[in-house]
Design a protein around this ligand. Structure first.
Ligand SMILES: Cc1ncc(COP(=O)(O)O)c(C=O)c1O
Length: 395
C-alpha cells in the first residue's frame, strides 16, 4: 500500500479529539455592544477583549475612515521602506506621552512585538527569567532569542530570587512577565520584581497587553496601578487590540531602545506597517482614554460585581482581581459542556483547556467589559448557578 505522507495529520487530529483538545472555529457575523451574533444566534459576549467597548465607538470608526480617505487602505510597505506614514510617528508620540516614557515604537501585533523585542535584545550568552504562566508570545520570543530560559513559578518572588542568585555566569539578564495574566486575571507583583531586578542587575520587561487601558486610575497600565515610576520598568509592552479597540502593539521605553529595535527587531523590519485605518482609530482611542476615565470606572464596577457574586456563591475563580474571571471547572469535557450550556442560554464564554492552562484547571473564561449591563451580569450569574446544579461546578 502506498504510504500517504500526510497521514500524520489525521492521526494528530484524532489524538486531539481523543484528549478533548480539538478546537473548531465559530463564525461571528456581528458585534452589537455587549452582544455578538455567533453561528446566527445573538449571545451576550464574554469572550472578547474589548474591555472598554471602544471597538464599536463611532469616534474610532470615523477616525479609521478619515485615515483611509487621506492615505488609502494600506501602508503599502514596511516602516523602513515607505510605510512610515506620519500617522505612525504621531501614534508613537502619543504612546510615549501616555506611558510617560522617552519613546515608543509600534509593532504590527503584540505577538510580533514580543518575539521581536526579546530576540533583538537577548542572545546565546544571556539568561531570561520568565513567569511560568507568561503568554505564548513571550515564551516564543525567549526561545527565538536562544538565551537560557528559566521559568520561575507563577508570581513567586522567592522562587525568582532563588534562580537569580544562582545564575551569575550569564551575560545580560532579563526578567519578563505578563502584568495582568490573561487566563487567571491576577496581577504580577511588579514592585517586588523591580526591587529584585535592581539588586541582581536585570532588565525588566512587562507585557501590559490586558492592562493597557485597564489598570491604574487612568489606564496607563501596571506601573500606574502600583504607583511605581515608569523608568523602573525598562521595557513596557502593550497591545491595541484589546481595551483600545484597535489592532497592533507598542513597546515603550528609552530612545536608545527604540533605535536598537528599529535596527534589530526582525518582526518590525520584515513586515508591512499597520494600515492607516488602524492607526487612526488607535489614536482616537488614546484621546478618549486621556480625556476621561469613566469607562475604566464602569469596567471596574462591573468586574467587581461579577467577581463578588461568584465568590459569594462559592465558585472557584482563583485569585482574580480584574476583568478576566476564570470559572474553574476541572475536566476538559466538563468545560466544553458548560460552555455549550451557556451558549444554549444566550451566553458566549469560551472553555479554556490545557495546554493553554495547567492540567485539571479547565475553565470558562469570562471577560467583563464596560458595556455589559447590570441585568446581563445578573442573568449570567443566575445561569451559572443553574449550570452548577446540572454539572456540579463547585467541588
Ligand atoms: C499577554 C498577551 N501578550 C501578547 C498578546 C499578543 O497580542 P496580539 O493579539 O496583538 O498579537 C496577547 C494576546 O493576544 C496577550 O494576551
Amino acid at each position: 500500500m502506498k504510504m500517504n505522507k500526510l497521514n500524520f495529520i489525521d492521526e494528530a487530529l484524532n489524538d486531539l479529539k481523543k484528549k478533548g483538545l480539538y478546537r473548531t472555529l465559530k463564525t461571528c457575523s456581528q458585534f452589537k455592544s455587549s452582544k455578538l451574533v455567533l453561528d446566527g444566534k445573538e449571545l451576550i459576549n464574554f469572550s472578547s477583549n474589548n474591555y472598554l467597548g471602544l471597538a464599536g465607538d463611532p469616534i474610532l470608526k470615523k477616525a479609521a475612515c478619515d485615515a483611509v480617505e487621506k492615505y488609502g487602505c494600506s501602508s503599502t510597505a514596511s516602516r523602513l521602506m515607505c510605510g512610515n506614514l506620519a500617522l505612525n510617528e504621531e501614534l508613537e508620540k502619543r504612546i510615549a506621552g501616555f506611558k510617560r516614557t522617552e519613546a515608543a515604537l509600534i509593532f504590527s501585533s503584540g505577538y510580533m512585538a514580543n518575539i521581536g523585542v526579546i530576540s533583538a535584545l537577548m542572545g546565546r550568552q544571556d539568561v531570561i527569567f520568565a513567569n511560568k504562566y507568561n503568554h505564548a508570545s513571550l515564551v516564543d520570543g525567549c526561545i527565538l532569542s536562544r538565551a537560557k530560559l528559566i521559568r520561575y513559578p507563577h508570581k513567586d518572588v522567592v522562587g525568582l530570587e532563588r534562580v537569580l542568585k544562582d545564575t551569575g555566569k550569564y551575560g545580560r539578564r532579563l526578567i519578563v512577565t505578563d502584568s495582568l495574566f490573561s487566563m487567571d486575571g491576577d496581577i504580577a507583583p511588579l514592585p517586588e520584581i523591580v526591587k529584585l531586578a535592581k539588586q541582581y542587575n536585570c532588565i525588566v520587561m512587562v507585557d501590559d497587553a490586558h492592562a493597557t487601558g485597564v489598570l491604574g486610575r487612568t489606564g496607563r497600565g501596571s506601573a500606574e496601578y502600583f504607583g511605581i515610576p515608569e523608568e523602573d520598568v525598562d521595557i513596557h509592552m502593550g497591545t491595541f487590540g484589546k481595551a483600545l479597540g484597535g489592532f497592533g502593539a507598542y513597546v515603550a521605553g528609552s530612545g536608545k531602545l527604540k533605535e536598537l529595535l528599529i535596527n534589530r527587531a526582525r518582526s518590525f523590519i520584515f513586515t508591512t506597517a499597520l494600515p492607516p485605518s488602524v492607526i487612526g482609530s488607535v489614536i482616537a482611542g488614546i484621546s478618549i482614554l486621556e480625556r476621561d476615565n469613566t469607562r475604566i470606572k464602569t469596567l471596574n464596577k462591573n468586574a467587581g460585581y461579577f467577581r463578588n457574586q461568584l465568590r459569594k456563591e462559592g465558585f472557584n475563580i482563583l485569585d482574580t482581581k480584574t476583568q478576566i474571571i476564570p470559572l474553574i471547572v476541572g475536566g476538559n469535557g466538563k468545560a466544553v459542556q458548560l460552555s455549550k450550556f451557556l451558549a444554549q442560554n444566550g451566553i458566549s464564554a469560551i472553555a479554556v483547556r490545557p495546554p493553554t492552562v495547567p492540567q485539571n484547571t479547565a475553565r470558562i473564561r469570562f471577560s467583563i467589559t464596560a458595556v455589559h449591563s447590570k441585568e446581563e451580569l445578573s442573568y449570567t450569574i443566575e445561569t451559572i448557578k443553574k449550570a452548577d446544579k446540572k454539572f456540579s461546578i463547585i467541588q
